[in-house]
Design a protein around this ligand. Structure first.
Ligand code: SF4
Length: 223
């Protein structure tokens, strides 16, 4: 998929921009799949690492700490994988055509990344998921409310940009991320308990046998 995206030429305005999808986005067995809007001009378009080295990236790092999560436990992507810029070279929101062009890449990432929780960062990301499988959520009404969606738990969050902080201050966003962390840990505890129960049943049936899945170990490490 990384090679396919690297050679993608669907959006004329993205010529010369980095396609921000690589191992630097995170592990496929992440605990949380974050979907933001688009790579930033001063951040991911330079570094190839989503939400890094710009103000949004620094805010995100701080918020991730509030959730009790590390970067190597999450996968971060965007509704469009290239940095959209306006006529003066500044970041601009992706157009509806660009979002539509990149929707197939987003759908495939959702299939490949097995994270039990999908957290959208901002309205554009929330709408991008709605276009893949309608959820009917609005950011203002459903922020930090977990709902079952597409076989996962969808957790809408505001974007960590300075602009979004005007609508949802950093201190409130920190609470949102703490709630996200609690959700992830409760899912981890439930998964670990299920794995232990299955292991006990298997052990009593065949004493020499044991079960161990990478998923249960990964989640258990958090509980
Ligand atoms: S934004 Fe997405 S669809 Fe458009 S050129 Fe970049 S990778 Fe391709």
């Amino acid at each position: 998929m990384v090679e396919r995206v690297a050679s993608c030429r669907r959006c004329a305005a993205m010529e010369g921009r980095r396609r921000v999808l690589s191992e630097a986005n995170g592990p496929l067995d992440a605990l949380v799949l974050f979907v933001a809007e688009a790579p930033g001009r001063l951040g991911a378009d330079r570094t190839g690492i989503p939400l890094s080295h710009d103000r949004s990236g620094r805010n995100f790092e701080r918020l991730l700490v509030c959730a009790g999560l590390r970067r190597d436990q999450v996968f971060i992507t965007n509704a469009v994988l290239c940095n959209p810029r306006g006529p003066r070279g500044c970041n601009r929101p992706p157009s509806s055509v660009e979002l539509s062009n990149c929707a197939t890449h987003l759908r495939l990432q959702l299939e490949l990344v097995t994270a039990p929780v999908v957290a959208t960062l901002g309205l554009t990301a929330l709408r991008a998921l709605d276009s893949l499988d309608p959820h009917g959520l609005t950011l203002s009404e459903h922020v930090a409310e977990p709902i079952v969606w597409h076989g996962r738990i969808l957790f809408p969050l505001y974007h960590p940009s300075a602009q979004a902080m005007l609508h949802r201050p950093l201190a409130v966003q920190e609470q949102d991320y703490r709630a996200l962390g609690e959700l992830v840990r409760s899912l981890a505890a439930a998964t670990a308990a299920t794995a232990r129960s299955a292991q006990r049943r298997t052990s009593s049936a065949t004493p020499a046998a044991g079960i161990s899945t990478s998923e249960s170990h990964r989640m258990a490490s958090l509980s």
